[in-house]
Design a protein around this ligand. Structure first.
Ligand SMILES: C[S@@+](CC[C@H](N)C(=O)[O-])C[C@H]1O[C@@H](n2cnc3c(N)ncnc32)[C@H](O)[C@@H]1O
Length: 313
């Protein structure tokens, strides 16, 4: 491709330079906002995986700079978190840390109280792991970040709040949709015009946060934790059902290490696991339809080894 057409394609890069955005990514958040109005009336927000800070700049300009008085400004809370340090941004509190770690999650949560009027109205996560080039692995690692971001959101989001996260478009979108609809009324996948067409990234935009009745928020790191033990610790039956479902990754390829201890698990067992959940009187009714779609898809289209790698129940 010639230099001229490449330059034209990257209009957002040049525009970001001209307008003082730290990265062209700023336009992705602005486009998501134009499409879904996610910043309307928002005063409290969390920006996960924020460096170098262009999304935080957008939040700063829209939430903080737009305030007319100091009193209004004092009500704005923007928490930005990344592994890397960032230069300061007006009205933004920065935390440096790994969002998959409990200590970082706790530091974020500590900024928000339990009262509805103290909680965040928006959690965004533009996190990207170091890309390996192995698509299934990259998608899996991305999903781990989303699960961490989602589990932080379950602590800090107010009812009705919004969650936006970067995904790598893959063939497990129906699973992701069901996972997200467990916590949100609405689910969309959106690719902003500023996201390069050649990139497999897109964004989930979930609105209408609702904590499932009986679910106790907890920090979930599927790569580190024994998910069943973790869920059991809460004493909540709902967590014991939902956490393994939420923690499912979307690693489609065969991963020998992951499957070796599940060699006796057959597709019959898988269907039994489904029957077990569907018939369990304590499994929340509102999720049964979604589970059904996911399980039937999985049974039909996936071989049992990829299922073993994905789901640990
Ligand atoms: C695409 S950049 C984010 C760009 C940012 N939204 C902006 O507009 O400037 C992805 C970021 O994710 C961060 N990241 C990746 N894994 C992380 C983790 N586990 N915890 C915190 N940050 C992480 C990286 O350090 C990197 O800065």
């Amino acid at each position: 491709m010639g230099k001229t057409s490449k330059d034209k394609r990257d209009i957002y890069y040049r525009q970001a330079k001209e307008e003082g955005w730290r990265a062209r990514s700023a336009f992705k958040l602005m486009h998501i906002n134009e499409q879904f109005g996610i910043l309307n009336d928002v005063r409290r927000a969390v920006d996960l995986c924020a460096a170098p800070g262009s999304w935080s700049q957008v939040l700063s300009r829209k939430l903080f700079d737009s305030c007319l008085t100091d009193d209004e400004k004092s009500e704005v809370k923007i928490i930005a978190v990344d592994l890397q340090a960032m230069a300061p941004i007006r009205g933004v509190i920065q935390l440096q840390g790994d969002i998959t770690k409990e200590s970082t999650a706790e530091a974020i949560i500590a900024h928000f109280g339990n009262d509805a009027d103290q909680k965040a109205q928006l959690v965004v996560c533009d996190g990207a792991p170091d890309v390996t080039g192995v698509h299934e692995m990259d998608e899996y690692m991305q999903n781990q970040l989303i699960v961490s971001a989602l589990s932080i959101a379950t602590f800090v989001l107010e009812t009705g709040g919004t969650f936006v996260a970067k995904i790598f478009k893959g063939n497990a979108n129906s699973l992701l949709e069901s996972q997200m609809l467990t916590f949100f009324e609405n689910f969309h996948i959106y690719k902003p015009p500023s996201s390069r067409p050649s990139s497999i990234e897109a964004f989930v935009v979930c609105t209408g946060f609702r904590l499932p009745i009986g679910y106790i928020p907890q920090i979930i790191n599927p790569a580190r934790d024994d998910i069943r033990t973790l869920a059991r610790k809460t004493g909540s039956k709902v967590n014991q059902r939902l956490v393994p479902f939420i923690a499912c990754g979307d690693l489609n390829g065969d991963v020998e290490d992951s499957v070796s201890d599940l060699e006796d698990f057959t597709s019959d067992d898988y269907e039994l696991a489904y029957d077990d959940m569907i018939n369990d009187p304590e499994f929340p009714d509102e999720f049964k339809d979604e589970l059904e779609d996911v399980f039937l898809d999985e049974i039909a289209i996936r071989n049992i080894q990829s299922v073993r790698a994905k789901c640990l129940w």
